[in-house]
Design a protein around this ligand. Sequence first.
Ligand code: S3P
Length: 427
Amino acid sequence: MQQTIRPSGRLSGVLSLPGDKSISHRFAMIASLAEGTSRISNFSTGADCHSTLGCVQALGIDASEEGTTVTIHGKGLRGWKEPAGDLDAGNSGSTIRMMAGLLAAQPFTSSIFGDESLSRRPMARVMKPLAEMGAKIEARDGQFPPLTIHGGELHAIDYTLPVPSAQVKTCVLFGGLFAEGQTIVREPIRSRDHTEIALREFGADIQIKQRVITLQGRPTLTGRDVVVPSDLSSAAFFLVAGLLVPDSNLVIQGVGLNPSRSALLDFLLSTGANIKVLKLQSVNGEPIGDIQVRHAPIRGGVIEKDLAAALIDEIPVLAVLGAASEEGFIVRDAAELRIKETDRIATVADNFKRMGIEIEVTPDGMRIPGRQKFRAANFDSFGDHRIAMAFAVAALRGDGESTIDNADAASVSFPEFWGILEKAAGR
Ligand code: S3P
């Protein structure tokens, strides 16, 4: 699908965005291992979380949807059945990496595969700790999907994450659910902690001290009703759009503001953004609030070290903001960008060239001068949801009509994006 985006006058209105992708994955997987029924409200509408639901169903768990409420009838930690066929993770790194920890502990062999993009993403980062726990996993060329997972008894480990990755942390903790004793994960750089919060909500004994997480194995998880906050990473596109387009004033309702994600707001504020959080509250252990954003000049900024890890999903759209800022943005320590749904350093640079925007690419980041002119262009998402949406935001500032090829990629996390953008632009 090709999407046409015209430059926009002020963006305004009160927006409701779909449920958080990271939290929806975790709630679905944990509910499928809990005893009894869980109702998950505001479940992500994105294709990725539906890949997770499809896997859970294929493992013999009754999961149904009504609107954005998902009902899962869990059968306890030992309730999964051998699937009749291979499990399909679609485009979703979270699905394959987190499910790997759970599949490794089952009393059966399973295979899990993904689309072309997922088939190129590295799995050694989960295979290594799972092997230490006693798992036997085969992968294409030793490290790429599909994975064949010979499930069996796992033992608890004490593991220090070599890469800052919440998916890897979750995979190890999920394996640890089935192991006797304490599984410990140590994080040199803090990553999102939705797994820890969700496991606790469903009844697991999990302690977090500084960046050391300790999980007691073999808990009884109990089904319950939970609400998913709206996705801050989806809100990021509208936050940047609101900052970029003169006179904009947007309110985004009920957004997840977990401190392991909200570094985005702190970073934007540090660059001079006009952002306010209203109505802060806590839902199922996760902070949520409404965010108001108004157009404002942006100074400049450096995204590096821990901040690079915390903002990794937002860097494509922040790069767009950087090109419009006064002093430009520098991104370093973000080599992980190269192994996301696309090589996001390369796909950002490719689209910047199409619109005449200068960028210097480095192995682990980019340098984007500020005060650049945004020209209309023909963009390509290269099949990456966040690239599609980042360049739709860039197109709002273009000097004419832009097009985005493969725009349907946005559906991976945010199928409503195009409609909400049109509405905010008053069209
Ligand atoms: C995610 C963790 C991050 C992030 C991804 C979602 C999660 O990946 O980029 O979009 O839900 O745990 P890594 O764990 O590979 O950093």
